[in-house]
Design a protein around this ligand. Structure first.
Ligand code: AP5
Length: 221
């Protein structure tokens, strides 16, 4: 299955992608996670992207497109993938179309998680992530068993640098301006499936499976 998951910052894309990856056995390809890995280094590429990620701006298309091209050409993506955080502009979506077309493949669905702006701010300001394995928690909605410690790997839980309120507002502005047009882009291609992302995590997950189970059982992807 080749999927895209989209929605505003904090919609639950990373949370649902982890569940999708585990149930359907496809790699979770998150451009945000890839950039955060690069930012742990101090080389030229890290210095180039730092100012964009930390201020909530988009990294230039050509850098992102190359990174995704390299990633989805790897053998583990042969049977499919879930793209989280990409594409984020119409130019990136067109580049993805070209990549898939040249490989004789196509997307099966684009999941769009719809959530309100208040929910986004509530979720992101109380999000914690594991600095070692990237697992995602929320202090109220999905807390770890032991405060500050990852259930999965025992790593330390931290707040992301871009989860400060002024950066969250900027990320939302950028989303409305540059990413929202993709709702029409994929709607016109008949790929868009809208999901109510305001429900609780397990309810959203049930809705996601209702969409993906029939696609997975067709076995033609
Ligand atoms: P990225 O990491 O992709 O950030 P984002 O799109 O802003 O999304 P988030 O990771 O913040 O949220 P999410 O939707 O995954 O929500 P989550 O599941 O964590 O990108 C970061 C930066 O990298 C960008 O700003 C940009 O600079 C750069 N970048 C990345 N891709 C790029 C691209 N293609 N082009 C250019 N630049 C790019 O959930 C959020 C919180 O809510 C968690 O605490 C979670 O536990 C909780 N939660 C989740 N679901 C629910 C629910 N249903 N109910 C209650 N709580 C919930």
């Amino acid at each position: 299955m080749r999927l895209v998951i989209m929605g505003p910052p904090g919609a639950g894309k990373g949370t649902q992608s982890a569940l999708i990856s585990s149930k359907y056995g496809i790699p979770h390809v998150s451009t945000g996670d890839m950039f955060r890995e690069i930012l742990k280094r101090s080389d030229g590429l890290a210095n180039r992207i730092r100012k964009y990620v930390e201020s909530g701006e988009l990294v230039p298309d050509e850098l992102v497109v190359e990174m995704v091209r390299d990633r989805i050409c790897r053998p583990d993506c042969e049977g499919g993938f879930i793209l989280d955080g990409f594409p984020r502009t119409v130019a990136q979506a067109e580049a993805l179309d070209r990549m898939l077309e040249s490989a004789g493949k196509e997307l099966n669905a684009v999941l769009y998680l719809r959530v309100s702006e208040e929910a986004v701010v509530r979720r992101l300001s109380r999000r914690r992530v594991c600095e070692r394995c990237g697992a995602i928690y929320h202090l109220d909605y999905n807390p770890p068993k032991r405060p500050g410690v990852c259930d999965r790997c025992g790593g330390r839980l931290i707040q992301r640098d871009d989860d400060r309120e002024e950066v969250i507002r900027e990320r939302l502005r950028v989303y409305h301006e540059q990413t929202e047009p993709l709702i029409n882009y994929y709607g016109e291609k008949g790929l868009l499936v809208e999901i109510d992302g305001c429900k609780e995590i397990h309810q959203v997950w049930e809705d996601v499976q209702r969409v993906l189970d029939p696609i997975a059982s067709r076995g033609d992807c």
